[in-house]
Design a protein around this ligand. Sequence first.
Ligand code: NAD
Length: 442
Amino acid sequence: MANPSIRVTVIGTGYLGAVHAAVMADQGLTVLGVDLDQAKIDALAKGEAPFFEPGLNEVLERAVSSGRLTFTTNLQEAAEFGDIHFICVGTPQKAGSNAADLRHVNAAVDGLVPNLTQDSIIIGKSTVPAGTSKALEERIEEIRPRNIQVRLAWNPEFLREGHAVKDTQLPDRLVVGTDDDEVDARIREVYAKQIEAGVPYLRMDTATAELVKVAANSFLATKISFINAIAEVCEQAGADVTALANAIGYDERIGKSFLRAGVGFGGGCLPKDIRAFMARAGQLGVDDALVFLKEIDNINLRQRQRVARLAAEMLGGNVIGKPVAVLGAAFKPDSDDVRDSPALDVAATLHLQGAKVLVYDPYAMENAAAAYPPLNYVESAAEAVRDAELVLLLTEWEEFTALDPVALGELTPARRIIDGRNVLDPKKWREAGWTFRGLGRQ
Ligand code: NAD
């Protein structure tokens, strides 16, 4: 059990902050979660996750009932609560630009720092452009109460939605940017459980810590777009990208993960992070170094158009008035997050082209309906596919990868499917009478 006399706040309780707050409290710290969103705070205070994340409800419930996890919308209360403050607010793409919008980070710091009543450490976890910590330090120096010392460190987060609880309990590494030994010692106390469990603790300067996060996401995005580009070539060359990916993945320098061709990446991180990275490189005068990320982004967005075009092709060149089932709305399985979701993007494109789109997702329906109200949302995969002239599998939920082609085929006479994630066995589906198309395969 970590030391409950360590009192921390977690400012911003979204997909990152809610999990961070719950796990820190569950591991023994005393934690106050802070958000502007009253509905989110009300749910969290009852021990209920305001979004779907496997295992989060259990951890939250335990942490709240232990009395070590409380919530507020009041930053002044947060300022008085403890001396360690995590910043976990959103850093979305700025409207009309590739750059990161740091408005929420600045607002959190501006709301917190003038109200501090004791010497404090602010630990940034949000994903930010290189140089943000330096700029924030200057801002903090201007607004801090004169009798109070405030120090800043950056500790980027690498959790994956769908695995966020485990990734927070036992991350594959902790990256900490600080040049201050005392700050470093306090952060090691906060993460005592992780360090005890052998999680590598990597200390560096703040600019490097900030860059580690965007570099990691750029590498992952590059891997996905790489295999999607190869998939385009495979289709024209009469080759099979799944066999190719498996074969190149045996080389341990390449590895098998993130090499599944499909409709591409989305979500609240990868797309905006690679764009913000390009924008920051431009500001630093090294735009040429990251020009390749533009192509990574283009390849990724092209996947969505390719799937929509393939759908039209399978429907005889015209989707107007045709019922189409879209299985999946979340940007990835085991999450209800629909931010920049490829599945929803394809569904919306087909809808705009005149198809009658029926969408089903096990957990993301509410978010999807809020983001794209005009689509038809139904209660089950069976309901979506009934009468559909085409089925598109666009988020690889286990519920969909486990679908039985024979049983499903009985519901939908047209028996046409696009496997937008390359997760189904084409042989099985064809044997059950389906016209089957995947990406990068024949
Ligand atoms: P999110 O939108 O789910 O959560 C952000 C929260 O911050 C919201 O609840 C919002 O109401 C709150 N907020 C905004 N301004 C605030 C303020 N001034 N005071 C208090 N609360 C405020 O976003 P997220 O997905 O949790 O991402 C947060 C950050 O973490 C981003 O920088 C993101 O890139 C990074 N990140 C996210 C993930 C992920 O998988 N979601 C993983 C690693 C890093």
